[in-house]
Design a protein around this ligand. Sequence first.
Ligand SMILES: [Zn+2]
Length: 651
Amino acid sequence: MKKLSLLIAITCIFYHQTNAQSSFQKITPIGFEKVQITDHFWKPRIDKIATATLPGCIYQTEIATPRIQNFINAAQRKTGTFKGLVYDDSDVFKAIEAMAYSLKDNPDATLERKADEWIDIIAAAQLPDGYLNTYYILTDISKRWTELNNHEDYNAGHLIEAAVAYYKATGKTKLLEVAERYANNIDSTFRLQNRHWFSGHEEIELALVKLYHVTNNDRYLKLADWYLQQRGQGTSKGWITPEYWQDVKPVKEQTQITGHAVRAMYLYTGTADVAAATNDSGYMNAMKNVWEDVVYRSMYITGGIGSSGDNEGFTKDYDLPNEDAYCETCASVGMVFWNQRMNLLTGESKYIDVLERSLYNGALDGLSLSGDRFFYGNPLESNGGYARSEWFGTACCPANIARLVASLGNYIYAKSDDGIYINLFVGSNTNVDLQNGNISIQQTTNYPWDGNVQINVSPDHPIKYKLFIRIPGWAQNQPVPGNTYLFLQQKNSSFNLSVNNRPANYAMQNGYAVIEREWKKNDVINLNLSMNVRRVIAIDSIKEDRNKVALQRGPLMYCIEAKDNEGKAMNIILPDNVKLTSNYNANLLNGVVTITGEAPAAKANADGTSVVMTQQKFTAIPYYAWANRGENEMQVWIPRKINEVKVTVKE
Ligand SMILES: [Zn+2]
């Protein structure tokens, strides 16, 4: 075993060196396995994944539902015993993937034993030819690969992702070997026979590229590309339209986002991955067009996407209802994946701006502060009847947000031949190998509560290279790329950058402040981003947001929740001249900066026969933190004028 893992490690290093020269992928990420998170905001959340989220996932997977039992039965070939839904295998794999990331930050022998135990069961369930899907093994194996929407390759994709993560975190290869056998089986069944098939729920494409990167076997890259090439035949099936599973046009001809949001995100993440590895500009151009369609016309200010529950996805341009917003947690997780890949392809920081927005708002909202309650949908308004759940029948979201938070280390740093990218402001340490030396980097910050970020760089010897520091769009008068959302008041670009306490000499490039110099041991960079409260307004085309304003501070969107506002949220109006102040409150919601002010509120008079307006002190909290104190009213978009307020006067 040890020999094999060493061999894979060597081929992996070799791959990265050769790929960097031949690919038009400009930037490679620094992986979670090389990043230690020390951040005061994220580290407690990552710890909570280990102590609350994962134990909950394990309980649900093993005890409360038959997900593990299906694998045990499959290993014993007990036909007729399958229980649950066709995609339930994926939840087991996603939980293992989350365990892998968690083990890196929080080594835990008990957790690792649990993962190994599951991996043994999964390996035992695999058929001799490599096929591995408990639904078909336990029902009728002759029917495998006959129903496009039965998630066989979706499950396979999550198996592969888990295997790659577990190998990277622990060096253990058993699950990786299972994943390779299955991928070989799929490759032989389809690509090598040129048998038409496509993934009814995309996911395997991005997973196969991960498998390619870790094994250096280009068979997996070819299979990922083959999957992409199969799309675009206008396939419909029952209630499923070609739009629903992104099959209207070949991927390279796609310009518009359609259908199921999570499917779309996984497809485009995989497409960007294949583009990076194959230098295929056709995929690259399509991705840019589709991305603009999403971000300019179909994204909420929270970075959430997929407004409709009917198709769990996209509808018409600018159709972004707030109370009925679907905004599945998994779709925001997918936005993080895809936007990272777009940044790596292009070197443009606007993709990280969107990633950060989805991460801190749309995705993080899906996880309770306690770590053991979840949102499937993340609306931007509630009349008070919406609560978090322990689990779901279709349980994609809990393990998805768990694996995202636990793998945060994947998104902070990246490197190119001549420089290092600081993409997210998260307290952390890493070591980066450049062509001419090694550099240790340490970030210290109280972000997102304040905008001071200290970056200590220490090369092993003086090295000239570029440091690319992302200056967020929100610090430069652009909350979101495009013109869909604007700050009500424009301000001068508000950031300061110094090196060793002197103003830094930098050039702006693709949204990054680029400092090029010969760096020496113990150089210190200080970035200060202004954390003023900003009012955001939306383009008139979004009719649900007309005459309304949303509050943003740093990367965080805010909301008004009834708990902090005399039991109501929907009765508050926020005229443009109301003064807003912000303060850190250590005792509220595990510590948050609140935004407060005095604003008009509509209330019933004493005998309940008419509505009166009173001035009321109001408090806004970060959107991610709402619904942690029971069901109550909430709104992100607050009316600016009295004629737009919903007066729901109830006692
Ligand atoms: Zn989900």
